[in-house]
Design a protein around this ligand. Structure first.
Ligand code: NAD
Length: 521
């Protein structure tokens, strides 16, 4: 990302450092105008019935599928993702979300009728309704520039909200493309608006009149956004970084596990919030074989142009990211880590390339085991027991995802239950972000709130309770006037309803009824 004098940003292809586009950095006035327009559109959009909103969602699905080649090329060019991943990791989640919303949203957000169990409240019936909130601000990262914002926007607009998207300054062209697709799908103009710019644009957005901010990005920015949103008491959902652990049990099949771990650490050049960033192998007879296989698969991955179908690993996003990776690897090396493959940036390819790197002899005093590297590095620690693996995995500021690799699934599930994270995948990793049916989100510094599924929908609606009393004018014991008789009624009522001895309950009922019909004193 380069900021020019005319308050615009250039989007750079990380594979060859060429400029692929330029967009304006929108300021306070433009952002506020967009938010005002979103509120205006909300007045009518919230009234559109579900089946009509879903029709547009399904039209968007048709358009994404029909434009899949164009979208994939753009994503791979702008953020350096291998083209296979631009199809699979960027488009399956949004497409499946369209179908899931079409099939479920109306049922999931149907009014719920609730009866009271307390006899004093027997004349009341409660209805819980799920109404749209208003205008949602979506602030997005560059690493999944299409799937992350599109899945969130789809859920928000299907509920009846309108949305302002602030795409990352490193992937603005994909952000603009998202806006075009929603427009082409027939969503009214103000339902989704895209405001381009850097963090200053994002900051302006967080200070506007929004019903919720859904932020996905770094811990540092998430913490600032909470503070920026605080004066207006704007709720925030934070999907932040990760340092995901993979735990390998001794009975894990060697070749297959090695291939899974290598994919989990190096897909998207390790730039996924849920990348495998640490591996704990529980010592067993296959430990060395597994490490050898990991090194074999990692060192034979093809690093190169993201548009080349045979490329496995593309560039990282920019020089800043390369420097973080180098700092982590070099520090680990100085502190005694052994590099089994990779370990040095590759300048010959012309972009920001770093080869898949596997390290052993690492420990938790090294940044590579505790801080988010966000690059193609896999540090491996061999541990003695399952308890040690779990303790090490939980010894972390983050709590996004984890994976457990095993032959026996019962043992793997027991380990999964001990891990302090939002998601555990057994014998796979990462892929659950593409599942709209299940929640996504983390603990600790990985953030709070959930996206996807019913739980994600609950962050996008006002859960309203309407209590209806049908007793038609009868007196309530909790209304005035108060006095000693009312105290006796109340005490008797409590004894009857919640006393533990049968005789006491009967006595309570008697006191309650006797005082209920006496004149208040
Ligand atoms: P980032 O925090 O630098 O930027 C994310 C977005 O926030 C950008 O659009 C940026 O312009 C905006 N922004 C930054 N500061 C802001 C501020 N003060 N006010 C308003 N907006 C602001 O993150 P990034 O480099 O784009 O993304 C990488 C990070 O995102 C990694 O830490 C990764 O783990 C995390 N991530 C998390 C998830 C998840 O689901 N938990 C998913 C993807 C990425």
């Amino acid at each position: 990302m380069v900021v020019s004098k005319t308050a615009s940003i250039q989007s750079i292809n990380p594979a060859n450092r060429e400029v692929i586009g330029e967009v304006p950095i929108m300021g306070a006035t433009e952002v506020k105008d967009a938010v005002d327009r979103a509120w205006k559109t909300y007045e009518t959009w919230q009234l559109v019935p579900y089946h009509k909103r879903i029709k547009k969602v399904m039209e968007l699905r048709r358009l994404i599928e029909a434009s899949a080649d164009e979208i994939a090329q753009l994503v791979s060019t702008e953020v350096g993702k291998p083209i296979v991943e631009s199809y699979l990791a960027e488009m399956t989640g949004p497409l499946d979300s369209c179908v899931w919303l079409a099939e479920n949203i109306e049922t999931l957000l149907k009014d719920q009728v609730v009866q009271m169990s307390n006899p004093l409240l027997a004349t009341k019936q409660s209805v819980i309704t799920f109404e749209p909130l208003g205008v949602i601000g979506v602030i997005a990262p560059w690493n999944y520039p299409f799937s992350i914002p599109v899945m969130t926007i789809l859920m928000a607009v299907a509920c009846g909200n309108t949305v302002i998207l602030k795409p990352s300054e490193k992937s603005p062209m994909v952000g603009i493309k998202i806006g075009e697709l929603f427009e082409k799908a027939g969503f009214p103009g103000g339902v989704l608006q895209v405001v381009t710019g850097d963090r200053s644009t994002g900051e302006q957005l967080t200070k506007c009149d929004l019903s919720r901010i859904i932020f996905t990005g770094s811990v540092a920015a998430g913490s600032k956004i909470m503070a920026q949103a605080a004066p207006n008491i704007t709720p925030v959902s934070l999907e932040l970084g990760g340092k995901d652990a993979a735990i390998v049990l001794p009975d894990a099949p060697v070749d297959w596990t090695a291939r899974g771990l290598v994919w989990g650490a190096f897909t998207n050049a390790g730039q996924a919030c849920a990348s495998i960033e640490r591996v704990y192998i529980i010592k067993g007879k296959n430990t060395q074989k597994l490490i050898d296989k990991i090194v074999h698969y990692a060192s034979t991955l093809k690093v190169g142009s993201p548009l080349e179908p045979t490329t496995d690993v593309g560039p990282v996003i920019d020089e800043g990211q390369l420097e973080i990776i180098e700092a982590h690897v070099n520090q680990a090396k100085e502190m005694g880590a052994e590099i089994l493959t990779g370990g040095k940036r590759n300048d010959e390819l012309g972009g920001f390339f770093y080869p898949p790197t596997v390290l052993t002899n690492v420990n938790h005093t090294m940044d590579i085991m505790t801080k988010e590297s966000f690059g193609p590095v896999m540090p491996i620690m061999v541990v003695d027991t399952e308890d040690e693996a779990v303790a090490r995995a939980n010894d972390c500021d983050y709590g996004l995802c984890a994976s457990v690799w095993a032959g026996g699934l019962n043992r793997a599930e027991a380990v999964a239950r001990d891990l302090q994270v939002g998601t555990v995948l057994i014998n796979d990793c990462l892929v659950s972000h593409a599942m709209p049916q299940v929640p996504w989100g983390g603990l600790k510094k990985s953030g709070f709130g959930r996206s996807h599924s019913l739980f994600g929908l609950m962050d996008l609606v006002n859960i309203k309770h309407i209590s209806i009393d049908s007793s038609g004018g009868s007196h309530r014991i909790w209304w005035y006037p108060y006095g000693p008789t009312r105290v006796k009624t109340a005490r008797g009522g409590l004894k009857f309803l919640h006393g533990t001895f049968p005789l006491g309950k009967i006595k309570g009922l008697f006191i309650f009824i006797f005082n209920l019909f006496r004149k208040a004193k």
